[in-house]
Design a protein around this ligand. Structure first.
Ligand code: FES
Ligand code: FES
Length: 152
């Protein structure tokens, strides 16, 4: 048994220690907001936070996350996440939506520490989050919009 803290709640999971965190979240715990894209830490679809920092759940063995604070899109909360979720709706960011939980988790990590990100800051923070629908311009606009709301 491994003890995890997922979205603020303690969870016990009976899985092999080298199981990717992504599969534990999706299959064992039923948190399907985190997506599988490449499985190779190349696309960002599986991005979650480990102690507030974005990580690729597809390449993170669950044993690494044991006892750490794991946050998925279902548990995204706090000022930055709320501002971003609202901005995503207001600017109608998603197209197919598949990549968007990962985009929002990376953006949340950025805005938590930087309330006035430049275009370059946003591009750097979201560089590893690919979008097949090419919503990059709307994502960038929504991050600026959320940052402005946070400063207001
Ligand atoms: S599924 Fe993890 S980075 Fe693509
Ligand atoms: S919205 Fe379709 S992959 Fe990003």
């Amino acid at each position: 048994m491994l003890s995890l803290i997922v979205n603020g709640k303690p969870r016990e999971v009976d899985v092999a220690p080298d199981t990717p965190l992504l599969w534990v979240l999706r299959d064992t715990l039923g948190l399907t907001g985190t997506k599988f894209g490449c499985g190779e830490a190349l696309c960002g679809a599986c991005t979650v936070h480990l102690n507030g920092a974005p990580v690729r759940a597809c390449k993170t063995p669950v044993s690494v996350a044991a006892g750490q604070k794991i946050t998925t899109i279902e548990g995204a909360s706090g000022k930055a996440a709320q501002a971003l979720l609202q901005a995503w709706v207001e600017l109608d960011v998603p197209q197919c939506g598949y990549c968007q939980p990962g985009q929002i988790m990376s953006a949340t990590a950025l805005l938590t520490h930087n309330h006035r990100p430049s275009d370059a800051d946003i591009d750097a923070a979201l560089d590893g989050n690919l979008c097949r629908c090419a919503t990059y311009q709307r994502i960038r606009a929504a991050v600026h919009h959320a940052a402005a709301k946070m400063r207001a």
